[in-house]
Design a protein around this ligand. Structure first.
Ligand code: GCB
Length: 603
């Protein structure tokens, strides 16, 4: 799906701002709130999560639908054009009404969707209403538990005469921020238009051979001009698909990005698609970018900040990448959902390497609040099968052209070991689907949970083995010598698969400002000691190709007895102030090269 742009053929109207807002009291649909102006509404900023914008537990912990509304004026000059209403993300389910008519619905809170409205709008004022549902259950991604008690919050006892409030039970460790979290835009195209562009670069000596496909609607001819960063035309092509050659190509390199622009014209329409030229390959125990063995240094992150929740914040995005560069990091994983298109564009520009993850988290009914007395076969119980396919397809369709994306991650910490055959039968088709959908055929992975290894069939079937491990925290907390031994034993187990392995999470909760001369858990000193112990073991293994610390910054989670105002495993606080460990990691990572770090061990 193309990102909406403004150019000589297309207009773009941003609907960011203050919208009307109202919690559904259970009568919103029955009383057709979408047909008239919302009564007794509140103000709410878009894009942003609604939860932290007001001082009200009813809003923060709301369960179910809310209604957003605004007037939408469409200029008459757009008559005769295709007009599209596009949502960057609405979390988790959206019903969109224009002048009282339901014009589209969308499931899933982290990917864009759009609807053509030229035949539905008045070229005057319209009433736009969006009903947004935040419920998570065993059919949604992320997954909610249908039992009382969130994964981290502990269960709610059932006591006759007591009616606990209705609430979501996220089967995941981050706050269930909801609402219209990414930009809402109206854009126009001519009636004959460019629907999609797919660009697949390859490298041949000093040159790039780039194949492309342009998807169009209407009759006409496609022309393409390729521009360098200096605005020079470096290649040209004609037709809906084909190849072009860029002589003496400038490669897109980690932390040294170079972007070309393909200017596509078709009838009256035109579209500017940026792309980078780089190659990705998993070969033996190495992960090659542009033919050289890459070492991942970086983080698992969240889209999370004060007031906005998970809402798009471009200042924060720029700041986060700047802090990463300051530390010598080169990569992150979009844990635990696809991030905004704006962030992906920024990573292309900044040369930050991205592992792009679906919102499939919580596919595990044998841990936390979801756990019953006897283990269940998660993949017999869960109802995400079809939706999981959709999110894999839609994420890849959205992000396929981004040079920053080097690997797809189809899920985080699923139950791959309780019933290994069921898990394999669920995930292998998704792995195959990801490969089939991606025109660049990037590597595909799944992130494995602590405790699952022997007997697991799913992880060894992936292109790269990605593990979340907490030796020295959840296991052997406070005993880093035992942690090192256990970690080393586990890595030796994985070595036999002959594949590259990386840690996509390892970390320790650390309360900023707590210090101790004798390092104990939760102190800033312990976070450094924990990381140092892990690194000592990582550095012994040549197939260990990357370290992504959990987490870049402290982040909000559900209320409960485990998290004190959120998860504190950040290397930065939620306000982006460095903890002591940031300086330690900076010192380590600025010495580790992006390429060839493990070459010495192999010699
Ligand atoms: C994990 C999860 C992550 C949690 C983290 C933790 O393994 O993938 O979502 O936040 O552990 O801190 O427990």
């Amino acid at each position: 799906m193309l990102y909406p742009i403004l150019n000589s053929a297309r207009t773009l109207i941003d609907l960011s701002g203050i919208w009307k807002f109202k919690l559904d009291d259970g009568t919103g649909f029955e009383n057709k709130w979408y047909e008239k102006k919302l009564e007794n509404s509140l103000t709410m900023a878009v894009p942003a999560s609604y939860n932290d914008q007001k001082e009200s537990m009813d809003i923060r912990d709301h369960y179910g639908y809310v209604f957003y509304q605004r007037e939408l004026s469409i200029p008459k000059i757009l008559q005769g054009q295709r007009i599209i209403l596009r949502f960057g993300a609405v979390t988790h389910y959206a019903k969109v009404y224009l002048n009282g008519e339901l014009i589209c619905e969308h499931k899933g809170g982290f990917l864009p969707f759009e609807v053509e409205i030229q035949d539905k709008v008045r070229f005057d004022t319209n009433l736009l209403t969006v009903a947004v549902d935040n419920k998570v259950d065993q059919s949604t991604l992320p997954v909610g538990s249908e039992k009382d008690g969130s994964m981290m919050g502990g269960g709610m006892p059932s006591i006759p005469g007591v009616t606990p409030k209705k609430q979501n039970n996220p089967n995941f460790d981050f706050f269930n921020y909801s609402g219209i979290t990414r930009p809402v835009k109206v854009y126009s195209t001519p009636m004959s238009y460019i629907k999609d562009a797919t660009i697949v670069p390859s490298v041949d000596g000093n040159d790039a051979i780039v194949s492309y496909t342009i998807d169009t609607v209407g009759e006409g001819k496609v022309d393409i001009e390729i521009y360098s960063e200096d605005g020079e035309v470096v290649a040209k092509a004609e037709g809906k698909s084909g190849t072009f050659i860029i002589k003496d190509v400038n490669l897109w390199q980690p932390l040294n990005a170079y972007l070309y622009t393909a200017k596509v014209t078709f009838c009256e329409d035109s579209y500017d698609q940026t792309f980078g030229v780089r190659t990705i390959e998993v070969k033996g125990i190495e992960f090659l970018i542009n033919g050289k063995p890459f070492y991942f240094k970086g983080f698992g992150k969240h889209e999370d900040s004060e007031f906005r929740g998970r809402g798009l914040d471009e200042v924060l995005n720029v700041k986060d990448l700047s802090l990463m560069k300051w530390m010598g990091a080169n990569s992150f994983r979009t844990s635990h959902y696809p991030y905004s298109e704006e962030m992906m564009n920024l990573c292309d520009r900044e040369g930050i390497v991205v592992i792009d993850e679906t919102p499939a988290v919580g596919l595990h009914f044998n841990i936390g609040g979801a756990k019953g007395p006897t283990p269940v076969d998660t993949f017999e119980v869960i109802r995400t099968h079809e939706h999981h396919k959709e999110v894999v397809e839609d994420m890849i369709a959205r992000d396929k052209n981004h040079p920053c994306v080097v690997m797809w991650c189809i899920a985080n910490e699923s139950d791959t070991a309780t019933n290994p055959d069921s898990a394999y039968n669920y995930f292998k088709p998704l792995y195959d689907l990801a490969h089939k959908c991606d025109p660049q055929n990037r590597p595909v992975t799944i992130v494995g949970i602590m405790g699952a290894s022997r007997g697991d069939k799913t992880l060894p079937a992936m292109d790269v083995i990605c593990l979340n491990r907490y030796y020295g925290w959840y296991v052997f907390g406070g005993d880093l010598e035992a942690a090192k031994q256990a970690l080393n034993i586990e890595l030796s187990f994985w070595q036999k698969f002959g594949k590259p392995l990386m840690f996509t999470e390892y970390g320790a909760d650390t309360v900023a400002g707590i210090h101790a001369a004798t390092s104990t858990m939760f102190t800033e000193e312990y976070q450094v000691d924990y990381l140092t112990a892990n690194h000592e073991v990582f550095d012994r293994h040549d197939f260990f190709i990357g370290e992504q610390v959990w987490n870049f910054a402290d982040f909000q989670a559900a209320q409960g007895i485990v998290r004190v105002d959120g998860n504190k495993k950040g290397i930065f606080t939620r306000e982006r102030r460095p903890k002591y460990a940031a300086h330690y990691l900076r010192s380590r990572w600025t010495k580790i090269p992006n390429f060839g770090y493990k070459t010495e061990i192999k010699k």
